[in-house]
Design a protein around this ligand. Structure first.
Ligand code: TYD
Length: 139
């Protein structure tokens, strides 16, 4: 199986563990794109759901640096779930992957590295439209 065919691709970064944890990620060692944007999600209510979209071009890496979430990844052909709950283990979200984040634990913090600046037109928010584009491109 080619690595591009794998839906869930973990990005493991160093975790220095002395009197605290210190994790770091840098291009190109851990991040396979130039980081153009960083955002984080915090102060969530328990059981929150977010996401439910795909990106035409943006690639992202998502780290759950505190708490835990369940992520759903879907490439239009298959759908897989993964629990993210370790600050040193991120998930690479390639372009054209439908993703949903569910079951936020209290005080969860998600840190996201993105390959592009924010652009609303990069989003596909309609799942049926996503399927048409994803399966059209994969033919
Ligand atoms: P959105 O990506 O839809 O969040 P989620 O995937 O968690 O549902 O973004 C929510 C709002 O924040 C939306 O109005 C756009 C804005 N936003 C930015 O302006 N810049 C950003 O980098 C991000 C991620 C969101």
């Amino acid at each position: 199986m080619k690595s591009q065919d794998q839906l869930i691709r973990f990005i493991n970064i160093p975790k220095i563990d002395d009197d605290c944890y210190l994790c770091f990620a840098q291009n190109p060692d851990h991040v396979p794109f130039m980081i153009k944007r960083v955002y984080y999600i915090l102060k969530s209510q328990p059981n929150l759901s977010r996401g439910a979209h795909a990106h035409h071009k943006t690639q992202q890496i998502l780290f759950c640096i505190q708490g835990s979430i369940k992520m759903v990844l879907d490439n239009g052909k298959k759908r897989e779930e993964v629990i993210l709950d370790k600050p040193e283990t991120g998930v690479l979200l390639d372009k054209m992957i439908w993703h949903e984040m569910h079951d936020f634990q209290k005080d969860t913090i998600l840190l996201v590295l993105a390959s592009k600046r924010y652009e609303n037109k990069d989003y596909i928010r309609d799942y049926e439209q996503f399927l048409v584009i994803a399966n059209g491109k994969n033919k």
